[in-house]
Write a protein that binds this ligand. Structure first.
Ligand code: SF4
Ligand code: SF4
Length: 117
């Protein structure tokens, strides 16, 4: 499943550079699927099949804390053995997101979707 950042986040910035998918954003920042991925133009989301514009800016998911875009988080599968954000977070506020449960195969497929083969 994806990882989520809780309201215990102290906005220390330690996690953002660790994410291989650029799934983590600063509070209030807009995000895109295309940021640091191979995605561009119209793409279909792996989870729902919904078509979106990968280059379009989307509203911040939090104005108060660092946040993770679930459709860009792969639990670091394909890159690292452990979620890197959780590894570096000084207050352990990067936790499994029960609202976005996925199998390892689904996470690896998402990694391929984000970056290509
Ligand atoms: Fe990024 Fe990995 Fe954290 Fe997901 S678990 S947000 S892919 S660093
Ligand atoms: Fe927040 Fe933890 Fe990331 Fe620091 S490392 S910004 S406390 S989620």
């Amino acid at each position: 499943m994806a990882i989520i950042i809780t309201d215990e986040c102290i906005n220390c910035d330690a996690c953002i550079s660790e994410c291989p998918n650029n799934a983590i954003y600063e509070p209030g920042d807009e995000w895109t699927y295309a940021d640091e991925t191979a995605l561009s133009g119209t793409v279909s989301l792996p989870a729902t099949g919904e078509e979106v514009d990968a280059d379009a800016s989307n509203e911040a998911l939090s104005d108060e804390f660092y946040y993770i875009v679930p459709d860009k988080c792969t639990e670091c599968k394909g890159f690292h053995d452990e979620p890197q954000c959780a590894s570096v977070c000084p207050v352990d506020c990067c936790v499994p997101d029960g609202a976005h449960e996925e199998t390892e195969d689904q996470l690896l497929a998402k990694k391929t979707w984000l970056h290509g083969e």
